[in-house]
Design a protein around this ligand. Structure first.
Ligand code: UDX
Length: 437
């Protein structure tokens, strides 16, 4: 929404939430989300044509177009628990819009949703229409965290789905006009509602599948002495495969991939396609395998025990340039090591101690975790160093100094293939990466 306000100065954008604390944060000097470049855009537009408020009703009444951007977490209860998307927040929004609106509205689904959710939103709105007209559009977001501003400035494409009726097409055109302020027309794709909803789930499933595929090969590389980065480069030069999203890692995380694939799996089962469901589910199974395989490898390399050993963890976010830890591989690796009675000291440039303790289910005074403010303090007196997030600053660390402060043999496990293992071995580290024999 900040980008729309930034690019379309003649439109007024009001972001509303029932959470006062969050709205206060958006109105303050410290935004609640760390995202490179976002501060500048918000600061420039805030108070001019970008507003943050808790007055939901007024914002609905005054808006011509309403974007629903609420959470759609995986359901934790009842039918479809652990797989289906929890749509209660979407439904509450639809009911609120129906209750408060005085005139016609275009309602845009921005949240990632199961296919045919628009149908439910439409039914709720239409059965309460009382003469007003509602058009539902699907406009999934493809930005990635850490590069959000860049991705929004120059998206590969913008996708807009809507009903193929005269009113539907007119609503689609209104949203096309918003994006056309900065996105070339040929990159704005319009489809029917269901294609748009399904494309978002499919895009994330394909991206995650590439990572699981290269991670599967990384296990074979370790067994055979091949180097997964060399394999990725060799296959990535085939223009049909392409070089992106082939970086072997300790496993993918983030708020989208797992949730969206689980959702896709659930949909396939619901529509009577168990083989298709099993196919996509294996992408998640491979990711789980990769996360736990990393922990098992650490333990077996360190003489089959990490009990009472200090393990330094560099990086806790699910990727670099974000403070987001949702589904981060670090949570699983740290959890496995704590289970084996290791003592962890963690450094991440952006993740707070409170967040790490929440993620690992550890009380504030639990001595199994120490959170440090720099990598040297975290690695002092450690038996092993793990790289779990690919922060650029880790490449510039003085590893001779780190080595000098560690117990010997000094183990280093690079879960991101970020570092030069040969240079580390020359210092004296027993260093290993992912998929490098
Ligand atoms: C993803 C999609 O990229 C984006 O289009 C969608 O809108 C939301 O979900 P995001 O989760 O923010 O974005 O980050 P992404 O860059 O896709 O990375 C996801 C995870 O995959 C991270 O944990 C990352 O480290 C991992 N990853 C990514 C790899 O392990 N290897 C790769 O080659 C790429």
């Amino acid at each position: 929404m900040a980008m729309i306000a930034h690019k379309c100065k003649d439109h007024t954008v009001t972001v509303v939430d029932i959470n006062q604390e969050r709205i206060d944060a958006w109105n303050s000097d410290t935004l609640p989300v760390y995202e490179p470049g976002l501060d500048a855009i918000v600061r420039a537009a805030r108070g001019h044509n970008l507003f943050f408020s808790t007055d939901v009703d007024t914002a609905i009444r005054e808006a011509e177009m309403i974007f629903i951007s609420v959470n759609t977490p995986t359901k934790t209860y009842g039918v479809g628990a652990g797989r289906a998307a929890d749509l209660r927040y979407i439904e509450k929004c639809a009911r609120k819009i129906a209750e408060v609106s005085e005139g016609d509205k275009i309602v845009v689904e921005k949240s990632t949703l199961p296919v045919r959710t628009a149908e439910s939103v439409k039914r709720i709105l239409e059965s309460n229409a009382k003469g007003r007209k509602f058009q539902i559009l699907s406009n999934p977001e493809f930005l990635a965290e850490g590069t959000a501003v860049q991705d929004l400035e120059a998206p590969d494409r913008v996708l807009i789905g809507g009903s193929q009726t005269a009113d539907g097409l007119a609503a689609i055109q209104k949203l096309v006009d918003v994006y056309a302020a900065w996105v070339p027309q040929e990159q704005i794709i319009t489809t029917n509602l269901w294609s748009s909803e399904l494309s978002k789930l499919t895009a994330n499933a394909f991206l995650a599948q590439r990572i699981s595929s290269i991670n599967a090969i990384s296990a074979l590389c370790e067994a055979t002495g091949a180097n997964v980065d060399e394999v990725a480069h060799a296959i990535g030069t085939d223009s049909r495969i392409g070089p992106k999203f082939l970086k072997a890692s300790v496993g993918f995380g983030g708020s989208c991939f797992q949730k969206d694939i689980l959702n896709l799996v659930y949909l396939c089962e619901h529509f009577g396609l168990p083989d298709v469901a099993a196919y996509w589910n294996s992408v998640i199974e491979m990711n789980d395998y990769q996360k736990h395989r990393f922990g098992r490898r650490i333990i077996s390399t360190m003489f089959n025990t990490v009990s009472d050993k200090k393990i330094a963890v560099l990086g806790f976010a699910f990727k670099k340039d974000t403070n987001d830890t949702r589904e981060s591989a670090a949570i699983y690796v740290c959890g496995d090591l704590i289970e084996e009675q290791a003592i962890l000291s963690v450094y991440d440039p952006k993740v707070s101690e409170a967040q790490m303790r929440r993620d690992l289910n550890l009380a504030a005074d639990d001595p199994r975790l120490t959170v440090c403010t720099d990598a040297y303090a975290a690695t002092k007196d450690a038996h092993a160093v793990l790289i779990l997030t690919e922060w650029d600053e880790f490449k510039a660390l003085d590893f001779e100094k780190i080595y000098d402060g560690m117990h010997l043999p000094a183990f280093l496990f690079d879960g991101r293939n970020l570092l030069d293992l040969d240079a580390l071995r020359a210092i004296g580290f027993e260093a290993s990466g992912i998929g490098r024999g």
